[in-house]
Design a binder for this molecule. Structure first.
Ligand code: ACO
Length: 430
């Protein structure tokens, strides 16, 4: 007999099925609640709502566990490449050597962007935030690469995936070059995905960029750690917008816009701004801890806390180690790393942060890695977006293939005026 939960309302008893995930998570299935009872559920922020059944990413926020398609994030960070991880997320399994080289070749084939797209870049006002530019450019891709009716749906989808994965990286590097008035560097078929990006960002006719394998590895790890995180805000945006059956470019553009927010992906930029502020004000962390605890002060410790993790974010642990390695390799020191470590140490001794389970999240140390590599501050969230793209794509694909999938349309409880009559403007007084 299948386990059920019992709901008693208005004197009637309803049996609600219990769904159990492969890792033992349990949910009460309320799919037919409104139809059967007339009630809806109220869950602002959806913190208690499972919006889908998914086989992509498993996270356990209490124990700080994250796995893509069953494989622990620690193993992927150590052994995989970003492109292999993207393949895993999208296709469900690690590729064979042949599949991987075919996938890489396909990305290479689609790495250039239509030359006319450059005119778009040139007309954004100076100082526009790269995330706004990226969201617009990705939406514009549909106009430059319309569907070809002769192609099968499956082929069209595969090409769109390859285009997005490859071109987002090119667009990001182009936007940086154009915003700084420098010559655009084209992708090269001789370079791997991450090396290509670094080269497009930093190579110049007067100063050739030296590609360092350790930095390429660091970028692979950075993007692997960001590649998916189940039903987070931007992924939910992609699924929700995608549920209206818009084209994938439009859905990804919605994800980029959601990611931009400082409570989500924009936190990586906000963390470095906060660390800089602490550093510039003398390096004392206590006043900032005090402000974060003050209910009358809107200040939050950026890079701390998470809606699901109530333990140390496993990605933050890897990112912290990566900071040390990259700085050592580049023979750099970053005063912001010292501020970050001091802030973490002080916060983790403070009962407010411990009682509320506020630990460093992925964004806390990631900005220091990016700074060391030479990525400008306003490009930090763009770096996150490139990393999250395979997750958005795989989640979009899964939602489209889901037989239970339907147009996402949450409900509400209305608490406004009761019916009242329209009053002509002449009778409304001054
Ligand atoms: N510093 C200080 N107070 C905090 C913090 C923080 N970092 N995080 C949460 N709180 C407080 C809030 O002020 C709120 O207090 P209140 O109840 O008195 O109003 C309470 O904790 C609950 O906050 P919510 O935002 O409702 O809780 P949620 O679990 O949804 O928060 C979030 C998650 C948004 C990530 C939050 O911890 C936060 O704002 N952190 C800082 C921003 C950040 O680092 N974002 C990146 C997250 S990771 C990612 O998206 C990639």
């Amino acid at each position: 007999m299948k386990e059920t939960a019992r709901l008693i309302v208005d004197g009637k008893t309803y049996e609600l099925p219990i769904v159990e995930g492969t890792e033992g998570e349990r949910a009460i299935d309320i799919s037919n609640l409104c139809r059967d009872t007339g009630f809806i559920t109220l869950d602002p922020g959806f913190g208690n709502t499972g919006s889908c059944i998914s086989s992509i990413t498993y996270m356990d926020g209490v124990n700080g566990i994250l796995r893509y398609r069953g494989i622990p994030i620690e193993q992927l960070a150590e052994h995989s490449s970003f492109i292999e991880t993207a393949y895993l997320l999208i296709n469900g399994d690690l590729p064979t050597a042949g599949q991987l080289s075919q996938f890489s070749a396909r990305l290479n084939d689609h790495s250039l962007v239509h030359e006319d797209m450059r005119t778009f870049f040139e007309h954004f006002p100076h100082g526009s935030h790269p995330m706004g530019i990226l969201a617009s450019m990705v939406n514009a891709l549909r106009a430059f690469y319309p569907e070809i009716p002769q192609r099968s749906e499956e082929e069209e989808i595969d090409i769109t995936f390859a285009r997005l994965l490859s071109k987002l990286r090119t667009l990001a590097a182009m936007s940086y070059k154009i915003s700084t008035g420098m010559k655009v560097v084209y992708p090269s078929h001789r370079l791997s995905y991450c090396a290509n990006f670094l080269n497009m960002m930093f190579d110049s006719p007067v100063r050739p960029y030296h590609i360092d394998d350790d930095i390429v590895h660091a970028l692979n790890v950075f993007w692997i750690l960001h590649a998916d995180h189940e039903q987070n805000c931007s992924t939910s945006a992609v699924r929700l917008v995608g549920s209206a059956r818009v084209n994938l470019y439009a859905a990804i553009s919605a994800g980029i816009s959601a990611l931009w927010g400082p409570l989500h992906g924009g936190a990586n930029q906000a963390v470095v701004e906060m660390l800089q502020e602490i550093h510039d004000s003398g390096g004392e962390v206590e006043p900032f801890i005090k402000r974060a605890k003050d209910k009358n002060d809107p200040f939050r410790l950026m890079g701390f806390g998470h809606s699901v993790y109530k333990n140390y974010d496993p990605r933050a642990r890897i990112m912290k180690e990566m900071c040390e390695k990259v700085l050592k390799k580049l023979r750099q020191s970053d005063p912001l790393l010292e501020v970050a470590k001091k802030l973490e140490e002080t916060a983790l001794k403070d009962s407010y942060f411990m009682d509320n389970h506020f630990y460093p999240n992925v964004d806390f140390y990631s900005g220091i890695v990016l700074r060391a590599i030479g990525i400008p501050l306003n490009m930090f969230t763009v770096m996150f977006a490139i990393g999250r793209l395979p997750g958005w794509i795989s989640q979009w694909k899964e939602s489209l293939d889901d037989p239970r999938g339907r147009l996402h349309r949450p409900r509400q409880i209305y608490m406004g005026s009761n019916k009242r009559d329209y009053i002509p403007v002449s009778e409304r007084g001054q």
